[in-house]
Write a protein that binds this ligand. Structure first.
Ligand SMILES: O=C(O)c1ccc[n+]([C@@H]2O[C@H](COP(=O)([O-])O)[C@@H](O)[C@H]2O)c1
Ligand SMILES: Cc1cc2nc[nH]c2cc1C
Length: 341
């Protein structure tokens, strides 16, 4: 549960800082939210942790991505060698970074990749269940354990990223099931497929939903029938962060769908989430609305990996830094007519 009392104290304290009341806008609300999450009057979000989960998707066989499946494994190697966007951004924000293989389709021979493979990719959910219930549970537990390990290392804010060719199809199927919205409204170009392929992607998802009829409020049923291993692990990681009162900075579309799964595992988790950015993927806005979250930035990004959250992190950091301003009393600045002690 949130520390409501501390939130109120911080709200009153912010009104004593040397600025016109409310003039730091959303930063003020962010500082209050983080105080409520952490129970600290002067919370810190540094260092942040970036935890990237990688997995493959059987649905990729349907030709729903602009890139071949082997890119998942290739990018995992790129992550440990420091060449991806998220590596560059993680360095900029001073993040602790890890990448976890929770279900990549091939063996990865690289000791810097955390090996937690549940299976060699999911099954193609257009004609069979994506995974077994036990696999879904295991993937959630991998995420939970990995987030706890990062928190033990001292991170004060968690960014959960993903890599998985085909996972915008999986995330779209999950969101359509959860929201009951039309697939056409939420399906997008993912890595950059053309319009005709978007139609095909839509019909693949519609077929899968008709076949499986997942229960929109049962996270394990959703994951088992139409999920992905990285999405399950991300949800587990979010649950762990909330349990440890660590703020979660959400990334793009896939991450936000994982957040909806996390919400169905434990509804308290939503109170620990901050929406980092709004992705170009059309379903992202819908997923954010379901969580009742307003993104911090809109930069026309659609990369994943945790990159949008990493870009938004400095804003969250600024919100906590703001609390170290002088007060009207300490700086001997006259208060305005609307100032209340
Ligand atoms: O985060 C997003 O909003 C986002 C939007 C589009 C694509 N992606 C990334 O692209 C991959 C999935 O795209 P696709 O076309 O293969 O389904 C996966 O690795 C994601 O990290 C991510
Ligand atoms: C190159 C590449 C990098 C990515 N990072 C996240 N999803 C991705 C998809 C592709 C294709």
């Amino acid at each position: 549960m949130l520390y409501e009392q501390i939130g109120e104290e911080v709200r009153n304290y912010i009104d004593q800082l040397t600025k016109p009341r409310g003039s730091l806008g959303r930063l003020e609300e962010l500082a209050i939210e983080i105080a409520k999450m952490t129970g600290e009057r002067f919370p810190s979000v540094t260092p942040p942790g970036v935890l990237v989960f990688a997995a493959d998707h059987g649905i990729a066989k349907e030709g729903v991505s602009a890139y071949p499946q082997e890119v998942t494994a290739q990018m995992v190697l790129n992550f440990v060698r420091g060449g991806a966007a998220i590596n560059v951004f993680s360095k900029q924000i001073g993040a602790i970074f890890s990448v976890v293989d929770v279900g990549v389709a091939i063996d990865i021979h690289e000791e810097r990749v955390i090996a937690e493979k549940v299976a060699y990719g999911t099954n193609n959910f257009v004609d069979e269940q994506a995974m077994t219930k036990e696999e879904a549970e295991r993937a959630v537990q991998v995420g939970h354990r990995q987030a706890n390990e990062m928190i033990d290392q001292g991170i004060r804010c968690l960014i959960v990223g993903e890599m998985g060719i085909g996972n915008t199809t999986t995330a779209s199927a999950l969101l359509a099931a959860i929201s009951g919205r039309n697939v056409a409204e939420l399906v997008g170009k993912g890595t950059g497929i053309h319009d005709e392929a978007v139609h095909h992607k839509r019909s693949v998802i519609e077929r899968a939903l008709l076949l499986h009829k997942p229960n929109p409020s049962d996270p394990l049923d959703l994951l088992t029938k139409i999920g992905g291993f990285e999405i399950a692990a991300m949800a587990g990681a979010m649950v762990a962060a909330a349990e440890r009162r660590i703020p979660i900075l959400l990334d793009g579309f896939i991450c936000t769908v994982a957040a909806l799964i996390a919400q169905r595992l434990n509804e308290q988790v939503v109170h620990y989430m901050i929406a980092g950015h709004e992705s170009v993927e059309p379903g992202h806005r819908i997923a954010l609305q379901l969580l009742n979250k307003e993104p911090l930035v809109r930069l026309h990004m659609r990369l994943g990996e945790g990159s949008g959250a990493a870009v938004a992190f400095p804003i969250v950091h600024m919100a906590t830094a703001m609390l170290h301003m002088a007060t009207f009393a300490s700086a001997n600045v006259s208060t305005g007519s609307d100032h209340h002690e």
